[in-house]
Design a protein. Structure first.
Length: 375
């Protein structure tokens, strides 16, 4: 089936285009011609607003009332992806946080089934913990935290398709384990870490690719102790996830980090929990009640527990709170994460050969429509 989306401005990943159309055939973009050059008889679908590459979120704990840790099955994954699709997310990594090895294996098995079933929007799995530092546990349960062992490596390298991302604390795991994961194609991020600058940089030389929710669950940058934040900003070839919600990190700190590293390797992430896409005001996490209040999620004692954020809101916050150009905010929500996932020849641009995974935004940057592979 071939059709053309017309009438909207187009952000192609680099430039704003006027008077162009996006021609889609069998789920792929085949051309971005001037509207006046469209062939007669083509199926025209009028749009209005801004057409941009769809958003990609590498850290999604849940949505639509589902927490991945609790519903480790295909239907749960489908509901999470569907909830985030309404906010412009066309690709995501459902995120399984610190738990038992048995449940981690079940989560990976569920992802294998979801990828085989081609659930729209599912790109792979993010396993955040249990190989992290209890000193920087956040809301994760320290009872399950431990160094990585051979059986864990076998589980984490078992997906034959899609992407696998693992967040770990380099100082709590062997460099051999990091190398084995990287050599198997697993993406590795430092997170929930108290590692020294030199420990983080050594892990980078063994395959570390990025940093999970920069600034959160790690010590702050200090003059004589740069730590993980310093390593993240000093390493030009790593990516960083940023939670831009006004609660996790001060806006000024985010602006400083972006000024230091640039936007090309900064990724907007949501760290969203099950309440995204619902009107729920609380949920359960490992036996603790998490409350949704004033745009944030916390335990009773005020500990942040993921975020009450979606990708469209993250883009708006990047523009309105941080003062970024819209172009940069959109790239941080699409092209940067697609490059991190090694999918930037498939996603993150509106160009011939790319998947027709798109979002239509109005002038207020609210989502009007979302396409995944042309649907």
């Amino acid at each position: 089936m071939t059709f053309a989306l017309t009438g909207a401005r187009i952000f192609d990943g680099d430039h704003m285009l006027e008077g162009r159309a996006v021609v889609v055939e069998n789920g792929r973009i085949v051309a971005v011609p001037f509207e006046k050059d469209l062939p007669a008889g083509i199926d025209l679908r009028e749009t209005k607003g801004l057409l941009a590459p769809g958003f990609i979120d590498v850290q999604v704990n849940g949505g639509g009332g589902v927490l991945f840790n609790d519903e480790r099955n295909v239907e749960g994954l489908r509901r999470i992806a569907t909830a985030h699709r309404s906010f412009g997310t066309v690709g995501l990594l459902p995120t399984f946080i610190t738990d038992t090895r048995e449940k981690m294996a079940e989560a990976v098995a569920a992802m294998r089934q979801a990828l085989s079933a081609r659930i729209p929007g599912i790109l792979g799995i993010h396993v955040e913990g249990p190989f992290i530092n209890p000193e920087r546990k956040g809301v994760h349960n320290p009872a399950y935290m431990r160094p990585m062992e051979d059986e864990d490596v076998a589980i984490l390298t078992s997906l034959s398709e899609g992407r696998t991302l693992v967040t770990l604390a380099p100082e709590k795991n062997s460099l051999e384990a990091v190398t084995r994961l990287a050599n198997a194609g697993v993406l590795i991020c430092a997170g929930h870490t108290a590692g020294r600058y030199d420990e983080i940089m050594e892990a980078f030389r063994h395959g570390l690719r990025g940093f999970t929710h920069l600034f959160n669950a790690m010590p702050p940058l200090a003059g004589r102790d740069p730590g993980p934040v310093g390593a993240a900003l000093d390493s030009r070839d790593t990516w960083c996830g940023l939670i831009v919600d006004g609660h996790h990190v001060d806006d000024a700190s985010l602006r400083v980090a972006i000024a230091a590293k640039g936007t090309d390797r900064m990724m907007l992430v949501t760290d969203a929990m099950s309440v995204t896409g619902t009107d729920l005001d609380s949920f359960d996490l490992h036996g603790r009640t998490i409350y949704r209040r004033d745009g944030k999620l916390t335990t009773a004692d005020g500990t942040l527990a993921g975020s009450d954020l979606d990708m469209a809101s993250a883009v708006r916050n990047a523009v309105h709170r941080l003062g970024l150009p819209l172009r940069d905010a959109l790239r941080m929500a699409s092209l940067a994460p697609s490059a991190f996932l090694r999918l930037d020849r498939e996603l993150g641009r509106i160009a011939p050969g790319y998947r027709a995974s798109l979002v239509l935004l109005d002038d207020a940057l609210e989502v009007q429509q979302t396409w995944i592979d042309g649907e």
